[in-house]
Design a protein around this ligand. Sequence first.
Ligand SMILES: Nc1ncnc2c1ncn2[C@@H]1O[C@H](COP(=O)(O)OP(=O)(O)OP(=O)(O)O)[C@@H](O)[C@H]1O
Length: 280
Amino acid sequence: MNNIIDVKNLTYKYANSGDKKALDNVSLSIEKGSWTSIVGHNGSGKSTLARSIDGLMSYNEGVINVDGIILSDDTVWDIRKKIGMIFQNPDNQFVGATVEDDVAFGLENLGIETDKMHKIVNNVLKKVRMEDFKERQPDQLSGGQKQRVAIAGVLASKPEIIILDEATSMLDPQGRYEIINLINEIHQENDITVISITHDVSEAMLSDHVIVLNDGKIVESGAPKKVFNDDEMLKLTGLEKPFNAHLFDALVEQGIHPPVELRMDENDLEEWLCQLLLKA
Ligand SMILES: Nc1ncnc2c1ncn2[C@@H]1O[C@H](COP(=O)(O)OP(=O)(O)OP(=O)(O)O)[C@@H](O)[C@H]1O
């Protein structure tokens, strides 16, 4: 197996939180080119884990290896070049006055020449279907459009890994679907490894691998079908069962193919099925 990330015995305790460990002896491996979802209740340690991998926190114990580089004070920038982080609220990430400036910002810092920079910016804005919004101010965009610009900014730096930290949680079901679909397109075309922290179990069903965190510990890890069939674990962690995804898979196995976006929304899939039955 070709792992792009290996975490061994990672433990993290925030300075102001007494004896409570945000991460407690966490070990995991992420295969290159895979899509991994990290799920778990509020405060289970998901963001702390993602930020540790991106070198945003100086962890207390353990070893983090990203693409053959062991994270340390000396290597943190080499590792951060490989990772693009996308957060819940894109407003906190914008630095440019216009969409174009914002996407160009990281490239300017790398000293890339103007012509080349414009070419890259145009390409990534086209990729996220925001090329007509180049002159707009980022704060005048909708939530979904803002996330597209944030994704363009990340893509411009050609990351090998994209980490989504609840990147779709502020969007409506259609907006969520569109962003996940876009990330999936990018993931497939460029063999980019995706790690998605999410509370959306239907989204997690689309991934190759699911890791469940509970009170800073990994309590389950594996293929989504296996993980979400573990009723005892679901009870322990308070995670819901992704009803919709099971129903969707069962229909596909029977040769019935609902539109793929309905995999993400329970009520719409039920509605679609009712219409189908009424027509039959
Ligand atoms: N800056 C901080 N200082 C002290 N404790 C913190 C800090 N940030 C997080 N924690 C604590 O660390 C633990 C893990 O938090 P973390 O944000 O990683 O969880 P999470 O699973 O991402 O939660 P959520 O789903 O609510 O975003 C929690 O107990 C939280 O209270």
